[in-house]
Design a protein around this ligand. Structure first.
Ligand code: ZN
Ligand code: ZN
Length: 315
């Protein structure tokens, strides 16, 4: 009898240590896929969806498509990714990755909060300079709770690698490390755009759509991810609107082409087959990830996109 009494008395204390038992969401893992640099006009803004057949025909019905979604900060790769990871709009050096983000990222908050090893949070990117997403300059966080990273050919300064390599690495990490929080960057639309290669740019959008589709299928079938993973498919920035400077070749200002991107969000706690056409922005992604994963980000400039969530969850 005494044993039973002690058992029932101690169990709530044990449960309190395990945040998963207190969670209000079914989502246990988050995967963010960032397609680098397509304009909205060639993705969801083209209503034939011919360059994103898998996202439009096969993935969108399982989630919420945010069509009025923006980079409202600095429309460059490092800044766009830093906004997605830290929730703070900030100007960062964009060629070598010589600036770390100022504030801690979702990865650092998650690793600190959960206490799990760094192999449970990953940053896998075609662009080497995005190694900066693994750390920050905040003295209280710098060098701590850093995620595992695999960036570019061989890390900082090694150059960009093909998205097919990034894809293989991503699948290997998903299968062998089973991360609970993962960000992947695919570079090709941006790379072909800067090369003034219009057909290559369109092919880059289509090829990355196929890679996203392969990852999607894995997440739907693997027991570790199935029915417990939120997937965010988004962009770091767009490209200049035709008629603005050199059009699709570059980006970096505040024209609509550079700012207007997209977010497709799927997961067990999100609505299905919904188009959300009210404004939301990049820094809202980490706020929403924090809500799902149970950590708060004091510096985050975004807010939870409540309209992603099923009605029963909307506060
Ligand atoms: Zn670029
Ligand atoms: Zn522009």
């Amino acid at each position: 009898m005494l044993f039973l009494f002690l058992s029932t008395w101690t169990v709530p204390g044990l449960i309190a240590q395990d945040t998963s038992a207190l969670r209000k969401y079914r989502t246990k893992r988050v995967v963010i896929l960032v397609i680098d640099g397509p304009r909205f006009t060639e993705t969801w803004g083209d209503t034939t969806y011919k360059y994103i057949p898998h996202q439009s025909n096969e993935i969108a019905e399982s989630g919420v498509l945010c069509t009025d979604f923006y980079n409202d900060g600095f429309t460059y790769t490092t800044s766009g990714h830093a906004a997605i990871c830290t929730g703070v709009r900030q100007e960062l050096e964009n060629s070598k990755g010589s600036d770390l983000p100022q504030q801690p990222s979702i990865f650092q908050y998650y690793l600190k909060k959960s206490g799990v090893p760094s192999t449970k949070a990953w940053v896998i990117t075609s662009k080497d300079k995005l190694f900066i997403l693994g750390n920050c300059n905040d003295p209280a966080w710098k060098g701590k709770y850093m995620p595992s990273i695999d960036c570019g050919i061989n890390g900082q300064g090694s150059g960009y690698r093909n998205d097919s390599i990034t894809f293989l690495k991503t699948m290997s990490v998903l299968k062998n490390q089973q991360p609970n929080l993962l960000l992947v960057n695919f570079k090709e639309p941006d790379g072909a755009g800067h090369a003034n290669d219009w057909n290559g740019y369109l092919k880059g959008i289509k090829d990355t759509d196929s890679l996203v589709w392969e990852i999607w299928k894995f997440l739907q079938s693997d027991p570790y991810y199935k029915d417990q993973t939120a997937l965010f498919i988004t962009n770091d920035h767009g490209r200049h609107t035709e008629g603005v400077k050199d059009g699709f070749v570059n980006h970096g200002d505040d024209c609509d082409g550079c700012r207007h991107i997209s977010l497709l969000a799927c997961g067990p706690d999100f609505r299905h087959n919904v188009v959300y056409d009210k404004r939301s922005v990049q820094v809202d992604i980490p706020a929403t990830v924090g809500e799902l994963m149970g950590f708060s980000m004091p510096d985050c400039q975004g807010k939870v996109i409540k309209k992603l969530f099923k009605e029963s969850h909307v506060k």
